[in-house]
Design a binder for this molecule. Structure first.
Ligand code: NAI
Ligand code: CS2
Length: 461
């Protein structure tokens, strides 16, 4: 397997399952890890024979595992993109997986289609043999295999998007169509793009967690990662050239992942983003700090059960699921920063909140807390917190957001300007007066009363 995006999540999720399979079941599947942008981790990984540690943390317990399933590592910049494409074209490669964050797909979040104006895509259309984007690199790998008469691979996204397989297919074939329509047809017939639902809370590493691990390990491991004990992986069983028996390592192989994806994205990620924006504004640094505020806890559960659960089709006890999520958020050993989850909101809002809001608009349901979430995001991207301190906005649409914020006065006009971003809100939502009125109402409340008081008031409304 080649995995693109050797970040915290992959190290603590897919690599752990594949490692269990190798060490406990004798599987010979292994990884070539690729990072396209930052090279430090890849360099450190190579210096330690491609091994690293994963620490599962809960309360004051820590359980360590050394991962040995990584066999090679490449950095797109220092090893060169051609070395990455060559890795994809190795005869024994059967799966290309990735965790590159939502923005790595160069797609339009509201439609799930390739963004043909994305600078990396414009570059790759002009330079298909020296691509820079994820879709361009995968496509170049497919082309090289096809030219050499090698079997195709399966392309498996492990990022938090609904129908992540469909999105990946869209961006790869969307780019292929621009270059050669025969190629696009060949991909449709020969390459599979299984969807997955992935779940494990893996915060970005901090100096504090590194220090805790160093003490336990007795040495420094710059590649190590800390996570919660919980792990879930639901995979669409649609692989064109074989796959590891991940079901023997706890994964669920199913024919349709969408109900699981929607459940996780709306209940978990939807409540996460709510807590991230409203928590950050209230001065709560971590998700566990939000859980210590009774109103935030109640709001998170209410958002899950009253506003997300009715939109779902999963055959799962959703009340028990909501309780288990709250318990996971309370894990004090996991320092998951609200500021981290708040990143890349333009890429996250559609699947976490907006699809549910559309469902309520159609079915006459209540979406009060979801509207408060949208208002909280708007307040956050305004770039100044409740103490008057600047917020560092990290988002691929940061410039567009800053421009709209700079051009509009606080209040109704600001809400309207942000709602008119079609890549996020589509064509429809800004034209729904009831929705616009609710978001504006909560936005004004946030300005006047602040986040803590607004969350409390929203519960009572
Ligand atoms: P991270 O910041 O540790 O790693 C991000 C990875 O994405 C890095 O390897 C980076 O090189 C790559 N990347 C970023 N932008 C890219 C681009 N434009 N093109 C190509 N590669 C790019 O983040 P982490 O924690 O590994 O999360 C990555 C993704 O995994 C998330 O966005 C989410 O979709 C998914 N995920 C994360 C979970 C978590 O708790 N951390 C849990 C479930 C899913
Ligand atoms: C979080 C997710 O960063 C975020 O946006 O909501 O990474 C979350 O921790 C995972 O999806 C949990 O599986």
């Amino acid at each position: 397997m080649v995995h693109i995006g050797f970040g915290a999540f992959h190290r603590a999720h897919q690599a752990v399952c594949s490692d269990r399979l190798a060490s406990e079941q004798g599987s010979d599947w292994g990884y070539c890890e690729v990072n396209l942008n930052s090279g430090e981790l890849i360099q450190a990984l190579k210096q330690q024979d491609c091994c690293y540690s994963v620490a599962e943390m809960s309360g004051d317990r820590m359980s360590l595992r050394v991962i040995g399933v990584v066999k090679e590592a490449l950095h797109g910049k220092s090893d060169g993109i051609d070395a990455v494409i060559e890795a994809l074209a190795q005869p024994d490669v059967a799966i290309v997986s990735m965790t590159v964050t939502e923005k790595g797909y160069c797609y339009e979040p509201s439609s799930g289609r390739l963004d043909l104006h994305h600078p990396a895509i414009v570059h790759d259309i002009a330079n298909p043999e020296a691509p820079s984007s994820l879709p361009g690199i995968i496509l170049a790998g497919i082309v090289r295999r096809r030219e050499r008469g090698l079997a195709p691979f399966s392309v498996m996204s492990c990022d938090n998007m609904p129908e992540n397989g469909r999105v990946t297919r869209n961006v790869v074939t969307g780019l292929a169509e621009k270059l050669d329509s025969d190629l696009a047809g060949w991909i449709t017939e020969n390459v599979t793009f299984p969807s997955t639902m992935v779940d494990r809370i893996v915060p970005a590493m901090t100096a504090e967690t590194h220090a805790a691990l160093r003490e336990k390990l007795g040495c420094d491991d710059p590649v190590s990662v800390a996570c919660e004990p919980f792990l879930q992986w639901v995979i669409e069983d649609n692989f064109v050239s074989g796959r590891p028996e991940w079901e023997k390592a706890g994964a669920e192989l199913v024919s349709d992942v969408l109900p699981f994806e929607e459940m996780k994205l709306r209940m978990l990620n939807g409540s996460h983003s709510f807590l991230a924006y409203l928590g950050y504004l209230a001065g709560y640094q971590h998700i566990s700090d939000c859980m210590a505020d009774e109103h935030y806890r109640q709001a998170a559960r209410q958002l899950m059960m009253e506003e997300q659960a009715p939109t779902l089709h999963a055959n799962v006890d959703l009340a028990a699921y909501a309780d288990s999520l709250i318990a996971r958020y309370e894990n004090l050993a996991i320092k998951h920063r609200t500021g981290q989850i708040a990143n890349d909101g333009t890429q996250k809002l559609p699947q976490r909140w907006l699809d549910s809001i559309r469902w309520h608009l159609q079915h006459g349901g209540s979406y009060r807390l979801l509207a408060l979430g949208v208002a909280g995001w708007m307040r956050y991207v305004g770039g100044v917190d409740e103490q008057g301190e600047a917020i560092e906005i990290r988002d691929p649409m940061r410039e567009q957001l800053a421009q709209r914020v700079a051009e509009t006065p606080e209040g109704e006009a600001r809400v309207a300007a942000l709602l008119s971003i079609k890549a996020v809100f589509g064509e429809d939502l800004a034209a729904e007066p009831a929705f616009v009125a609710q978001v504006t109402h909560f936005y004004q409340l946030l300005l006047v009363k602040g986040a803590k008081e607004t969350v409390k008031l929203a519960l009572a409304e």
